[in-house]
Ligand binder design. Structure first.
Ligand SMILES: [Zn+2]
Length: 474
């Protein structure tokens, strides 16, 4: 027990009975006693600091005589500016910037601090021999490790090296995104015989925030034969028809074969085109896969949520290249275009990158590159799209280098920062509010309207656009 730190929501302060944990310890001048659960008492011998990991140091920890446990007080953590999350599958402590400080693991009826894993996958990238599998896991939209190893052994995708199965790989963004094996789609048989014969489609509104350019909906279209998919982002649902029509024309030009049917959802916007209304399992599964991938990708670098459209778009791009069509044993890409997809050029979503400045007007001592964030691939060329932080604009370029190792993003809306700006009356309620709220947006919506308006105005994360149709982001 002396090496286990238990999260305790009942105790008023951090405490331990083990001297060895203290990095500094000061004797107390007054007589102070702690009352235990069994009504016994322990004398406080001193107060000091305990460093549990590189990111989590506890201050004001009481050194208590005869205490058999090490307890972390939830209320003291909250007072010190940490945030404690208890979510199914993802219990953790976050700091004021909302970065992960430590995970919490179930321990009998309570939770203990996980002292073994203190940082995200970035750490594993540096030190472990499994760097390759991590790299491809992240480049391929957080694809499950099992599937990744299997795919790499099949030789169906160009540029994907042979990867070895590693035991006990734990990816934090995947845990947060609760990604399950969504790639095995059970189908009884292949109903169609060429790409473009039958399309499935559905509109969803995956996020509660508009995308950067003000889009709320995503139209997902899946080709039945190849399971190749397209995503289109819309401000209003009625824009769907135009996108569908364009795609139908494009596919007809491509294959010179007629489309036989389009199967939509029952929502009404495709009624003209629908041949049979049915529960649209194909496109719903695809939706779920894409949204899950996107969520995990956003989580990795804590990219602000309004970049969801970029993430969904990238997820679709990846999915077309890596998921195999059941029974046909080929990727969607190969079934549509007749050649194997390449993944050599793929990079991890949201990672930091550096774009070479155009030569000519450069001062001798001026930096040669611009810092950027990688949101996705250009649609019509082999270029990368890069969000230039300084210019707040997307450029399409090939002259870019990537840093896929580091955590690139500052955190999104920090609840702490918001609270510091809040009037004292509201600050008093912060603990209760924090219990209720987990998502940044929920947080905003629960705030009083006046404060909410103020929060929206003062963007705590000014590097990223809130609503900017001209930024060339989706
Ligand atoms: Zn992952």
């Amino acid at each position: 027990m002396e090496d286990v730190w238990i999260m305790d929501s009942g105790c008023s302060r951090h405490m331990t009975g083990h001297r060895k944990w203290f990095s500094s310890l000061n004797p107390v001048s007054t007589k102070e006693y702690i009352t235990f659960g069994d009504n016994g008492q322990g004398k406080v011998l001193g107060v000091g600091s305990v460093s549990l990991s590189a990111k989590l140091s506890l201050r004001e920890v009481a050194f208590v005589r005869n205490l058999g446990f090490n307890l972390v007080s939830v209320s003291q953590l909250l007072d010190e500016g940490f945030e404690v999350c208890f979510k199914k599958g993802a219990c953790c402590v976050l700091d004021a910037e909302e970065t992960l400080v430590c995970s919490l693991l179930p321990f009998g009826q309570v939770f203990r601090v996980d002292l073994t894993i203190v940082s995200g996958p970035a750490r594993c990238l540096v030190a472990s021999p499994s760097a390759d599998i991590w790299k491809w896991h992240r480049r391929l939209g957080q694809l499950s490790f099992d599937l990744l190893v299997r795919l790499s052994s099949m030789g169906l995708i160009r540029g994907l090296p042979k990867l070895r199965a590693e035991k006990d790989l734990v990816c934090h963004p995947c845990r947060h995104g609760k990604m399950v094996a969504a790639s095995h789609i059970p189908v009884s048989r292949v109903m169609t015989s060429y790409p473009g014969e039958l399309l499935h489609m559905d509109t969803v509104s995956p996020a509660r925030v508009a995308s950067v350019s003000g889009k709320w909906y995503v139209l997902v279209i899946v080709d039945d034969f190849s399971r190749f998919s397209w995503v289109f982002f819309m401000e209003f649902k009625n824009e769907a028809f135009g996108f569908v029509w364009d795609l139908v024309l494009r596919l007809r030009n491509e294959s010179h074969k007629a489309m036989r049917a389009i199967r939509g959802d029952n929502g009404g916007e495709f009624e003209i085109l629908v041949s049979k209304t049915s529960v649209n399992g194909v496109v719903e599964r695809k939706n779920r896969t894409l949204v899950e991938m996107a969520r995990t990708m956003l989580d990795e670098h804590r990219t602000p949520r309004r970049f969801w459209a970029e993430a969904v778009n990238m997820a679709c791009y990846i999915a077309n290249r890596i998921f195999l069509r059941a029974f046909l044993g080929k990727t969607s890409y190969e079934l549509r275009f007749g050649r194997q997809p390449s993944v050599k050029h793929l990079r991890a979503f949201g990672c930091r990158c550096f774009v070479l400045k155009k030569a000519g007007h450069l001062d001798k001592f001026e930096p040669r590159c611009l810092d950027g964030i990688f949101p996705g691939y250009a649609s019509s060329s082999r270029a990368f799209r890069v969000w230039i932080l300084e210019a707040k604009q997307v450029v399409e370029t090939c002259e870019v280098s990537f840093d896929e190792t580091m955590q690139a993003q500052p955190p999104p809306l920090s609840f702490r920062v918001m609270m510091k700006k809040a009037p004292p009356s509201l600050r008093m309620r912060k603990v209760r509010l924090m219990m209720v709220m987990q998502e940044p947006l929920h947080r905003l919506q629960l705030l009083p309207p006046l404060l909410r308006a103020q929060m929206m105005k003062e963007d705590p994360c000014p590097r990223f656009p809130r609503h900017s149709p001209d930024s060339k982001l989706m």
